[in-house]
Design a protein around this ligand. Structure first.
Ligand code: UD1
Ligand code: CA
Length: 474
């Protein structure tokens, strides 16, 4: 049994013409993550010693993404970018990567546009390849509608020699649809575009591939026919769930794949103890993490690197992007981005938490309140119609309805600091930079431009005039 090292190659140089987009195909997002990100996450969990990523068309986009998030996806792996200047076919793409493949290595080749393939399936492909001792193993699938895909032409049963007594159905060759006759087009077993090859054999076979076909391309699939003709074994591992093999070529296919993926994510989290009301309306992106006993209400979308802790209730009608939501917090009808919501906080309905907000435990942010780059202390409240930006608010502070921190002078942003137990009366303007001391009180309607000491009352408003009998004088 071959137990050599395994290198993975991801083919991601193609243009993706049918996406009709300035975004290169593998960078289109599915559940908040580029297609290639899904593929790399899957590969990261498998025993590869090295991953090569073949880029070409739109390579700055792919390289930019890998530079930014490559490490988290490929925590334990060495990976390398291989450039395919001109896209002359899948065989040509692999040729460019050959120098990166160590001698004696097994190579798994996957496409960057097949985001639904699972670690389980790829792991099975690898173990089938190893145990059969084949020169190549193709991941195949049965499809009712195989249009557009390469067809698997099976060969004779081969009985393995020596100490292995398995008979294996071999693959004679793979024929692209454009090169197929009617008989071959009738075959429903297709090439998923994922393979294991013995690297040295692959190297030797690729040297013989010629672009004499309908598309004038170097087909990787021709390697299979060549190996069979050279009396080497090419076998297939037929996967159970053909949908997993789906490749993305246009926005219709992307939408189908995305829906399938969201459904899978929902089922995963429900099995992990998350309660969902009307699950079909709930979207949970790929990198979101949830704890048991979280409840999600309809029309909730959790995005980015979000973590929701146990007992939290999120939604309905809420979008949360890259936030930490603490135990037992409640967020309803709201939008939150890059914020931390502490344990037991109440947010919403109709609140907006922008980047850089930290709500300490049991804080309340109510309806029509926007906060940005602000810390709200333990048990502090801003319940109605308020804007708080660039502020540090202490514990047990009450921010009255209509309070505004005037943080922007047209050029610079300034900070507002509010001490513990302070009381900000309704409709106050706090013109930053300004500080309000602990236990200080701001009278309703005041425009505060000077610091207020601890324990003081600041009132800034004209004295009220009352003119009696005004109506009759008029
Ligand atoms: C390929 C297979 C086909 C299989 C199908 C499954 C060949 C000749 N055919 O066809 O048998 O059924 O996948 O989806 O391999 N790529 C490059 N450089 C290139 C060309 C392609 O990196 O020069 C990459 C693409 O970005 C893509 C992958 O290779 O990720 C597959 O290429 P694509 O053009 O989609 O191949 P298909 O025609 O779909
Ligand atoms: Ca394809």
């Amino acid at each position: 049994m071959a137990t050599s090292e395994v290198t993975a190659l991801v083919l991601a140089a193609g243009k993706g013409t049918r996406m009709k987009s300035a975004v290169t195909k593998v960078m289109h997002s599915m559940a908040g993550k580029p297609l290639i990100g899904h593929v790399l996450t899957t590969l990261d969990g498998l025993p590869f010693t090295k991953i090569g990523i073949v880029v070409g068309h739109g390579r700055e986009q792919v390289e930019g993404y890998l530079a930014k998030v490559g490490q988290p996806h490929l925590e334990s792996k060495a990976w390398e970018i291989v450039l395919q200047e001109e896209q002359l076919g899948t065989g040509h793409a692999v040729l460019q990567a050959l120098p990166q493949i160590p001698a004696g290595c097994t190579v798994m080749i996957v496409s960057g546009d097949q985001p639904l393939l699972t670690q389980e399936t790829l792991g099975e492909l690898l173990s089938v390849h190893r145990s059969s001792g084949a020169a190549a193993t193709v991941l195949t699938a049965y499809m009712d509608d195989p249009r557009g895909l390469g067809r698997i032409v099976r060969g004779e049963e081969k009985v393995m020699s020596e100490n292995r007594f398995r008979s294996v159905s071999s693959i004679a060759r793979i024929v692209e649809e454009k090169d197929a006759d009617d008989a071959v087009r009738g075959i429903k077993e297709i090439n998923t575009g994922t393979y294991c090859f013995e690297g040295d054999v692959l190297r030797e076979a690729l040297a013989h591939i010629r672009p004499d076909n309908a598309q004038k391309e170097y087909y990787l699939t021709d390697v299979c026919g060549y190996l069979t003709e050279s009396n080497m074994l090419v076998t297939g591992y037929r996967m159970r769930d053909a949908q997993e093999a789906m490749g993305i070529n246009d926005h219709c296919q992307l939408a189908v794949a995305e829906e399938f993926f969201y459904d899978k994510i929902r089922r995963y989290w429900m099995r992990e103890g998350v309660k969902m009301v009307c699950p079909k309306t709930i979207l949970i992106d790929a990198d979101v993490r949830l704890e048991a006993d979280v409840t999600l209400y309809p029309n909730t979308w959790l995005q980015g690197d979000t973590l929701i802790k146990k007992g939290a209730r999120i939604g309905p009608q809420t979008t949360i992007t890259s936030c930490r939501c603490g135990e037992d917090c409640v967020v309803s009808y709201s939008v939150a981005e890059e914020a931390v919501v502490g344990e037991g906080c109440l947010v919403g309905p109709f609140s907006r938490l922008r980047k850089g907000c930290i709500l300490e435990a049991r804080a309340h942010i109510g309806n029509f309140v926007e906060i940005k780059n602000t810390t709200i202390g333990y048990e502090s409240k801003a319940n109605h119609l308020t804007y708080i930006g660039d502020a540090v608010v202490g514990k047990h502070v009450n921010v009255g309805a209509g309070t505004i921190t005037c943080n922007y002078d047209g050029i610079h942003k300034h900070q507002t600091v509010i001490g513990d137990d302070a009381f900000i009366g309704s409709n106050a303007n706090l013109v930053a930079p300004v500080s309000v001391g602990t236990r200080a009180v701001i009278g309703a309607g005041s425009t505060v431009t000077k610091d207020v000491p601890a324990g003081a009352l600041a009132v800034e408003r004209a004295d009220q005039r009352v003119i009696n009998n005004w109506e009759t004088k008029k």
